[in-house]
Write a protein that binds this ligand. Structure first.
Ligand code: ZN
Length: 108
């Protein structure tokens, strides 16, 4: 028995996942690491010992897609790039908190 419906659903969710994690980082050891943000970032395949938080520099500005806030970070030593997602709590903006306060006030 073929389950056509489940196939279609899977394709849709895949397409959505691709949109969210659309990656501009190209991992290769053939090309030299370089930063062409926002078009492209060429990064070594593997992270090295130098790739610690203090060596990683944020590239460009943080972006938000579908509630996921992220930025790109590049190691200043070797050029290894990662996509860094901010903790979910970080997306709770001051505006939302104020709105909740206001709503509570209106109920009373
Ligand atoms: Zn590094």
């Amino acid at each position: 028995m073929r389950r056509i419906g489940s196939n279609i659903r899977k394709q849709n969710s895949d397409a959505k996942a691709n949109r969210i994690v659309r990656n501009i980082i190209k991992y290769t050891d053939v090309e030299k690491p370089r930063n062409e943000y926002p078009k492209r970032i060429v990064s070594p395949v593997n992270a090295s010992a130098c790739c610690r938080d203090e060596n990683r520099e944020m590239v460009g500005s943080a972006r938000e897609i579908d509630g996921f806030k992220f930025c790109y970070k590049i190691c200043t030593e070797c050029g290894h790039a990662v996509k860094f997602f901010f903790p979910a709590a970080g997306s709770t903006s001051e505006a939302v908190k104020e709105y909740r306060q206001w709503k509570r006030y209106m109920v009373q």
